[in-house]
Design a binder for this molecule. Sequence first.
Ligand code: FES
Length: 102
Amino acid sequence: MSYYQYHVFFCINQREGGAQCCSNFGAQELRDYAKQRIKSLKLDGKHKIRINNAGCLDRCDEGPVIVIYPDEVWYTYIDKDDIDEIISEHLIKGKVVERLRI
Ligand code: FES
């Protein structure tokens, strides 16, 4: 059994020289939004859902990216609506959001 029900890693890496990276697509802002949403839904806490920053996850060209463990499901996203859908479908209902999966 995993320590958290879901452990979500948001790449917030900023690459040098204008190379494509998750930070160029609002990764930090949307990670902060996800963390706040999980908290307001009271889904955070021990053995529940954890949202963490991550460095480069080496899928920069597909970014911005997140990965959810223990499911090992990767997503990209554009806006808060996408984050809301990942929360409501995957993190609450346990259903993979295929349209955002990478
Ligand atoms: S910068 Fe996000 S995966 Fe590399």
